[in-house]
Ligand binder design. Structure first.
Ligand SMILES: Nc1ncnc2c1ncn2[C@@H]1O[C@H](COP(=O)(O)OP(=O)(O)O)[C@@H](O)[C@H]1O
Ligand SMILES: [Mg+2]
Length: 79
């Protein structure tokens, strides 16, 4: 698979686990076309892997190229 969005993890091979989460969200992404999916938030403490998961979902979805166009926006908190 080509990695269209550069993942902050660096080397994509470093990504491990998250099978359950990927399965859940890939089904969720598939069901967007059937209008079954509701807006969903991922809540976890910092450094738990939220961004890494979303970046990987983006790349899988972009690569699959089956009528769902992912977009990724990152907002930095004001310091
Ligand atoms: N599935 C994973 N496999 C390996 N390393 C991961 C994974 N998810 C996150 N990491 C690493 O853990 C750190 C925190 O991940 P990150 O996605 O930035 O967390 P969050 O967005 O929840 O704050 C990063 O250095 C990232 O590369
Ligand atoms: Mg993050």
């Amino acid at each position: 698979m080509k990695y269209y969005l550069e993942e902050r993890i660096g080397n994509p091979e470093l990504f491990t686990g998250r099978k359950k989460e990927l399965t859940f969200f890939l089904k969720w992404i598939r069901e967007i076309k059937e209008r079954k999916s509701k807006s969903t938030a991922i809540l976890a403490r910092r450094k738990m892997g939220k961004t890494a998961l979303l970046e990987r979902l983006y790349n899988i979805t972009f690569d699959y190229n089956n009528g769902i166009v992912p977009y990724f926006i990152s907002v930095s908190p004001k310091s």
